[in-house]
Ligand binder design. Structure first.
Ligand code: SF4
Length: 362
C-alpha cells in the first residue's frame, strides 16, 4: 500500500539503524531526543524502535497527548459544566475516563444520569444543536493545532447560521510554547526533538524556530518506522554537523508554510491565551481564548465556573512523565494500581498517553 509498505521496508529500516549506529558512535556521548506527539509515542512503542537503537540514544516522551496535558482543574471544570441543568455535554471519547479530583470522571457522571455524549468531530455539535433546540450544547474543545481549526470552523458555522445553543469549553493547547518551556527546563537536557507530524500540517516549519535558536536539533517526522528512524538519523546529523535547523522529513503530508486556511480560521475565532498544562504549569500564550466577535460561544462565560483547586491522585507521576523527567516505569503505581482498565492518571487513559503506550508495548 502506497505510503505504508515502503515506510515499513525491512531493508530501509536496517540501513537506517546502521546509519544511526555509525552517527551515534561518531558523537560518542549520550544523546537525548524527545518526541512531543502521542502518535509518535504510540508508534515508537508499537514498532519497538527503542530496542533498535544504540544505548547512547535515549528517547523520551513529552507532553504530546492533549487529554494528558489537560490540567486537573480543567477536568473538574468540565465535570462542573456537565452537571449544569439543561446542558448536553459533548466530548471526544478519550476524555470520558480521565479522573478529576477524587477520581470523579465524565463517565461516572454519565452513569449517574448526566447527558454526556461522545462525538467524533466538533461538527457533530451542529446536528446536536438542531435536534435538541431547547438544550444548551457544551462542547469540550480539546486538542492541539490539529484539532482546534475544526472547532473554530464549527464555531464560525454557528455564528453564520445564528445557532445560539452551542458553546465551547476551550482547553486547547499550542505546541510551540510548550517546546520553549521544555528547552528552558534545567532538569531536562534535550539534544533534539522529533516534532509532531500532524500538528505540523497546520503550523508548518517556521513555528519551530525556537528549537534551533536554542541550539537544539529538530526534525518533523511521520509515524511509520522509516519515518521515525530517519528522524532520529537526521537529528544525529544536525548534532554532528553543529548546524541546527528544522528539517522536514514528513514532506508527504506537511508543507513548509502549513495550512494557511486553517491558520486564518484559528486567528479569526481564537487568540493565544495563558493555559494551565499538567506537568508544565501555567504557560503564557499556550491556550486559545475567543476573539471579541465570538465571545458568546465561550462556555465559561455562559456558565460561570467557581474557582477550582484540583487534587491529584496520590502517587501519580503524570506531571513528571509529561515533562519528560520520569519514565512511566518509574511510577510506583504503573502496572499495579494503575492500568488501562483502572487508570489512576490521564497518561494511562488515552491511547496516546505515554503510560498507556508503555503498558501496551512493554
Ligand atoms: Fe499516572 Fe498511572 Fe502513569 Fe503513574 S502509571 S504516572 S499513576 S498514569
Amino acid at each position: 500500500m502506497k505510503f505504508i509498505d515502503e515506510y515499513r521496508d525491512p531493508a530501509l529500516v536496517q540501513g537506517l539503524v546502521r546509519g544511526i549506529q555509525q552517527r551515534a558512535a561518531r558523537i560518542g556521548s549520550q544523546v537525548t531526543i524527545m518526541e512531543v506527539c502521542g502518535s509518535h509515542t504510540q508508534a515508537i512503542g508499537r514498532y519497538g524502535i527503542r530496542a533498535l537503537l544504540p544505548n547512547t540514544i535515549r528517547l523520551i516522551s513529552g507532553p504530546g497527548c492533549p487529554v494528558c496535558v489537560t490540567s486537573g482543574a480543567d477536568v473538574d471544570r468540565a465535570l462542573h459544566l456537565a452537571r449544569q441543568s439543561g446542558v448536553l455535554f459533548a466530548t471526544f471519547g478519550d476524555m470520558l475516563r480521565v479522573p478529576g479530583t477524587g477520581g470523579a470522571s465524565l463517565q461516572q457522571l454519565r452513569a449517574a444520569g448526566a447527558d454526556i455524549r461522545v462525538v467524533s468531530s466538533a461538527a457533530d455539535c451542529l446536528e446536536l444543536a438542531r435536534t435538541h433546540p431547547s438544550r444548551e450544547i457544551v462542547f469540550m474543545g480539546i486538542g492541539f493545532e490539529t484539532t482546534s481549526p475544526t472547532v473554530a470552523a464549527m464555531v464560525a458555522a454557528c455564528y453564520e447560521r445564528g445557532i445560539q445553543n452551542v458553546s465551547v469549553f476551550s482547553v486547547h493547547k499550542l505546541i510551540p510554547p510548550a517546546l520553549q518551556t521544555l528547552i528552558n527546563d534545567p532538569a531536562l537536557s534535550i539534544d533534539g526533538f522529533l516534532c509532531p507530524g500532524h500538528v505540523s500540517t497546520i503550523i508548518g516549519v517556521e513555528a519551530y524556530a525556537c528549537i534551533p535558536a536554542a541550539g537544539r536539533a529538530a526534525v518533523i517526522t511521520g509515524f511509520e518506522p522509516v519515518d521515525i528512524l530517519e528522524g532520529i538519523f537526521l537529528v544525529l546529523g544536525q548534532i554532528l554537523d553543529g548546524n541546527k535547523e528544522v528539517t522536514l522529513q514528513y514532506r508527504r503530508a506537511v508543507s513548509p508554510e502549513g495550512n494557511k486556511r486553517a491558520q486564518s480560521l484559528l486567528e479569526k475565532v481564537f487568540y493565544p491565551s495563558p493555559a494551565e498544562w499538567r506537568g508544565l504549569g501555567r504557560l503564557p500564550a499556550s491556550g486559545l481564548a475567543f476573539t471579541e466577535a465570538y465571545q458568546a460561544f465561550d462556555a465559561c462565560k455562559r456558565f460561570p465556573i467557581p474557582e477550582m483547586v484540583a487534587e491529584e491522585a496520590v502517587g501519580c507521576r503524570c506531571g513528571d512523565v509529561l515533562r519528560g523527567i520520569c519514565s512511566p516505569l518509574q511510577c510506583p503505581l504503573f502496572g499495579s494500581r494503575c492500568s488501562p482498565a483502572h487508570p489512576v492518571g490521564p497518561c494511562m487513559v488515552s491511547t496516546e498517553g505515554t503510560c498507556a503506550a508503555y503498558y501496551k508495548y512493554r
